[in-house]
Design a binder for this molecule. Structure first.
Ligand code: FAD
Length: 311
């Protein structure tokens, strides 16, 4: 029922913030096995192999080095170096891929100026290689500052090199979509993976979906190249319908999905001639990302629990 779903989601989001559980869980076999469905490996080279395999199927990628809520300047600098090396490897190997970056990975939780500076260094590297950095969206406490930083970087580096993410769960998103499109900022539209309060977000999934469709239409009507990020076939149908009504050619926007989710749908859209990009997370700090994937779909939790019981 909707209530038990809400409860298990809340429980998972709660557990996601427990470092002790993280230490135990990341060592447990069943946990690691289920996680490996969603995470392309702990090393950059493993992720590159995964992206080559996706490329062979006609799928593009966006790499994400997993880490968030980073607490020290030194660790943020290590993240910047990882992304510089990643952009270099993408070029050297010649895969069709860009990168996704979180501002809390760059120090946003303790030093906004440092986060901007770190993100700027990564976007500069991407721009020099004619690549692109998607600034992921995190919980609603950082929405405004994240969009402010994307606007700043967009002004410095130009439309093709940096873009934002909007979450249809948030009440503000339709307005943000209008504003960012007016500034020709590329947007990834998703539903939103964080647990939010009803004053900022729609509690009812039907409202999240309706908001997705309204914002999707704003994006498609803007003439800017955006990403429609969902595995929901109804959202995808609505997007294709709107594109047809507007006479948009294939390639006017891209679909985006997460590594390991609905591979059948990923491949079907490619076969139908649509650009599809897969979000490919890798690295050692996979616990919070993995917990958000579990919280999205309680069935994943059942699978995990059955495996834990069996040992
Ligand atoms: P849902 O209605 O949740 O799911 C539709 C169907 O998709 C389900 O019925 C199921 O078949 C499948 N599915 C969805 N999730 C799972 C899962 N975990 N396991 C198995 N099957 C599943 N969120 C943010 O808050 N910030 C971001 O920056 C961000 N970036 C994203 C980038 C990409 C490319 C994508 C695809 C998602 C991103 N998300 C981000 C996550 C997003 O907000 C949603 O939480 C997630 O995509 C699930 O929503 P859905 O649109 O697939 O629809």
């Amino acid at each position: 029922t909707a209530d038990t779903t809400h409860l298990s989601r809340a429980a998972l989001h709660f557990l996601a913030r427990k470092p002790a559980l993280k230490d135990v869980a990341t060592r447990l076999g069943p946990f690691r096995r289920l996680a490996s469905r969603f995470i392309a490996g702990e090393s950059m080279e493993e992720a590159l192999d995964a992206v080559k395999a996706l490329g062979a199927k006609g799928l593009m990628a966006s790499f994400d080095h997993l880490n968030e809520a980073v607490q020290t300047p030194e660790e943020t600098r290590a993240e910047v170096r990882e992304y510089q090396r990643l952009l270099h490897r993408i070029d050297a190997v010649g895969v069709r891929a860009n990168v996704s970056l979180k501002l809390t990975q760059c120090g946003l939780l303790f030093d906004e100026a440092l986060a901007l500076e770190n993100a700027r260094t990564v976007v500069a590297e991407a721009a020099a290689r004619d690549s692109f950095v998607r600034i992921d969206m995190e919980d609603s406490s950082v929405t405004q500052v994240t969009l402010d930083i994307v606007r700043q970087l967009r002004a410095e580096f130009g439309e093709p090199h940096v873009g934002a993410v909007l979450q249809s769960a948030l009440r503000r998103t339709e307005q943000d979509a209008e504003d960012l499109c007016a500034q020709r900022i590329r947007i990834r539209l998703c539903k939103g993976a964080y647990l939010e309060k009803p004053d900022v977000a729609f509690p009812d999934k039907r409202d999240v979906d309706a908001s997705f469709i309204r914002s999707m239409r704003v994006l498609l009507d803007s003439g800017v190249y955006h990403g429609i990020a969902t595995h929901d076939e109804r959202m995808i149908e609505a997007t294709l319908d709107h594109a047809t009504r507007r006479g948009l050619p294939r390639g006017a926007f891209e679909f985006q999905m997460l590594y390991g989710i609905r591979r059948d749908l990923q491949e079907r859209l490619v076969r139908e001639g649509h650009p599809v990009r897969i979000y490919v997370p890798y690295g050692r700090h996979w616990y919070p990302y993995f917990m958000r994937r579990l919280a999205e779909r309680p069935a994943n939790l059942g699978f995990l629990l059955r495996n834990l019981v069996r040992g």
